[in-house]
Design a binder for this molecule. Structure first.
Ligand code: ADP
Ligand code: MG
Length: 699
């Protein structure tokens, strides 16, 4: 059976070597298995014929049977069009062509019966369909009672006869052959337990559904299966890892107690305490910890990371913190350093720009065990970086590291892998986290430190700039500091840089010295220059900082209470939320001002309105997921895991939760899938593993 589905597509009737080459190139379809999983992306409603008298504009696509009474060409220039008056006994409507008018006019004959298919719209009192599909009425076109599949195709394929209809033909051949090879892939009792239709039924209905209801059930079944196997794989990974990898036991709380008693700068929030308890339980368990720490900007992850490190160091091990960028690593280093100093611990920073001599010192101190904490970028992963005993690896990842990179940190220790705490500052919707980090345990800091005032966010148009400058001056007069942020994206870097410089000039003009001082920070500056400007702001020598999104992550200046975001419509939600998180860190009321043009796209308006309405990072993440889809949010790093043919993480959260629960229950009852009721599952997991091996060879 595995043999059948791995058959190369050129063996299928109607394909042959040339078309198969094209299908490989254009759609990545190599085998029967690939082809049969090339599902339609939409369906045309051929369940029945509609009457012209019952049309309404909300109907997406309809088919109508009738005759053309007459044709004429109307309008001038680019409005010139061919109009056919189409009548079906219940009323008349217009069929309209703007392109290929002569050719169409020649094909159509008044008085002949046609079947017309398209999307109706209304002008004045009359319905019309522009560029309808039209066929003479015959036995084939008179058929109803089905949904017509529409498949993705490409221009090159269309030329070769493989448009949607052509693909539908070969799917028909394939299904006829595949029928006897399609076996159930889920445990038999799942079908009644989760109200799922069988695999064969689902495959037939997904390609050639008889009605909407059956189609829905087919889609549901296939999504469930897809998500179930993803979750099963992740959970299995977790189970196997827990069984396989022992973890160092850190049960000496001495150092931690000393920190609590002597140095704790503030009362921890309930959420911080809970998370620390969860981590403490992990590191005492004898199993390797693999935990995700989610917490909104400003929720206080740094101190949790530090306390986690203390657990390791207190038992004689070392700790590392890895961040995706140099700025962020530096910021973490600066955040941790005061704590480390007070506790008499040695801490160093290692990045790409660390000088050779310093680097050598770090390597030595690390191997000798004198260095307790090492903070850095991927530079930490390089071979010469050897710890005496790495016990705790904290990874601040913002989706930027993949599973593979995470694993490389583990190999830094000979005997035991270190415990791993992955931190993300961008809240991830639950459903997405279940997949992206489905192999990790999850802790959430869902509470901000006491006394924080929620940031007030407003939306202003460019015409309000003078009033806004006035507001900024009031804030500065109260001793506050202000960020003004400009977008800078690679594609339009030059223009953006000009915007930034223009902005800097206009701010400098509105806020002249000696009363005011302005910092400027952007990605094109040398690191020293950037650092110098940043330090001036941190030391309060400047009251304003004009910057690009380099300040998006990490920068912590509690005295800054106003964040002005220029061209806010050009930022994504996650970024806007990150930027806003740079203020609201002190006790003062903070403000975020989103500046935009008057003209806004629909999506931009949703983003801006969302920001104005809520400060809740998880709510924002959910909306972001709906607007952008999971692909954009996760980036390409994770693609192997995220490859889905039918499920959509943005929309199928409920199915995902159910399938994860199902996978969990199944593994609990039968961890190695040896039960006879799970033979389908075992076979499917093995088949998928084989496929993945093949796939990784190709890519
Ligand atoms: P993030 O989760 O964004 O990394 P940080 O750890 O940088 O947040 O904390 C943000 C600010 O809140 C810091 O100035 C930190 O000192 C402060 N902070 C953290 N926890 C508490 C707390 N429990 N009470 C008061 N302030 C806190
Ligand atoms: Mg932080």
């Amino acid at each position: 059976m595995a043999g059948f589905f791995s058959t190369p597509i050129e063996y299928l009737k109607g394909i042959g070597p040339q078309k198969s080459e094209l299908l490989k190139k254009e759609l990545n379809l190599f085998t029967y298995s690939d082809l049969i999983q090339h599902y339609p992306f939409r369906y045309e409603d051929r369940t029945r014929f509609y009457r012209i008298s019952e049309l309404d504009e909300t109907m997406p696509h309809v088919q109508i049977k009738g005759v053309i009474r007459s044709m004429e060409t109307v309008g001038e220039g680019h409005k010139k069009r061919l109009v056919a008056h189409f009548y079906d006994g219940s009323g008349e409507m217009e069929l309209v062509w703007f392109q290929a008018q002569k050719w169409v006019a020649k094909q159509l004959k008044p008085g002949v019966q046609y079947v017309v298919f398209g999307s109706p719209s209304r002008f004045g009192g009359k319905f019309s369909i522009a560029h309808p599909e039209i066929e003479p009425l015959n036995a084939q076109s008179d058929k109803t009672g089905y949904l017509q599949p529409v498949y993705h195709s490409t221009e090159k394929l269309k030329v070769r006869g493989l448009d949607s209809k052509g693909i539908s033909k070969i799917q028909e051949h394939l299904l006829a052959l595949a029928k006897e090879h399609i076996n159930e892939t889920l445990p038999p009792d799942f079908l009644s337990l989760y109200s799922l239709i069988g695999k064969l039924d689902a495959m037939q209905q997904i390609h050639f559904p008889v009605d909407h209801d059956r189609l829905q059930r087919a889609r549901y079944r296939l999504k469930f299966e897809e998500l179930f196997y993803i979750q099963l794989r992740l959970l299995k990974l977790k189970v196997t890892r827990t069984a396989k990898y022992k973890g160092q036991v850190f049960s000496d709380p001495g150092l931690l107690t000393r920190f609590y008693n002597e140095q704790l700068p503030f009362e921890l929030t309930g959420a911080q305490k809970r998370v620390i308890k969860e981590i403490y339980a992990d590191v005492r368990s004898g199993k390797q910890m693999n935990r995700l720490l989610q917490g909104d900007v400003g929720s206080g992850k740094t101190i949790v990371a530090f306390i986690t490190m203390l657990l390791a160091i207190g038992s004689g091990a070392q700790a590392a913190l890895m961040a995706p960028t140099e700025i962020l690593a530096t910021q973490h280093y600066q955040g941790l350093q005061p704590f480390a100093k007070k506790m008499g611990l040695n801490i160093s920073l290692l990045t790409g720009s660390t000088k050779t001599k310093m680097r050598r010192q770090i390597h030595e101190a690390l191997e000798a065990g004198q260095l307790h904490i090492l903070v850095g970028t991927h530079a930490l992963l390089e071979d010469p970086v050897q710890f005496r005993n790495l016990g705790m690896a904290v990874i601040d990842e913002q989706h930027r590291f993949g599973v593979a990179q995470r694993a490389r940190l583990w190999q830094k220790n000979r005997e035991f892998p270190p415990h791993v705490l992955v931190m993300t500052a961008t809240p991830i919707p639950r459903t997405l986290a279940m997949t992206l980090y489905g192999d990790l345990d999850v802790s959430v800091i869902d509470e901000l430190p006491a006394g924080r005032k929620p940031i007030k966010t407003v939306h202003r148009y460019d015409s309000h700039r003078l009033r806004m400058f006035g507001f900024m001056k009031e804030q500065i007069a109260q001793g506050r500091q202000v960020y003004v942020v400009y977008p800078l994206i690679e594609e339009s870097e030059k223009l953006d840089l000009k915007d930034l410089m223009d902005g800097f000039e206009s701010v400098s003009r509105a806020f002249p010295p000696p009363q005011y001082q302005v910092s400027i920070v952007h990605g094109r500056q040398k690191p020293e220059e950037k650092e110098f400007e940043m330090q001036r702001f941190i030391k309060k020598e400047t009251q304003l900082m004009v910057a690009t999104t380099v300040i998006e992550v990490g920068v912590n200046v509690p005295n800054a209470s106003v964040m002005v975001i220029e061209n806010a419509e050009r930022f994504g939600l996650a970024q806007l939320h990150q930027l806003r998180g740079r203020v609201g860190r002190g006790a003062d009321q903070s403000y975020c001002i989103l500046m935009t043009d008057v003209k806004l796209s629909k999506e931009a308006r949703i983003r801006i309105d969302t920001m104005v309405r809520t400060n809740d990072g998880f709510e924002i993440a959910d909306i972001d997921l709906k607007l952008r889809g999971p692909g954009d949010i996760t980036g390409t790093q994770q693609s192997g895991l995220m490859d889905m043919t039918i499920a959509d993480l943005g929309k199928d959260g409920e199915i995902m939760k159910l399938s994860r629960q199902a996978a969990n229950d199944l593994l609990e009852a039968d961890p190695d899938l040896s039960g006879s009721q799970n033979s389908n599952v075992r076979r499917q997991v093995e088949a998928q593993t084989r496929e993945r091996v093949n796939w990784s060879r190709i890519s």
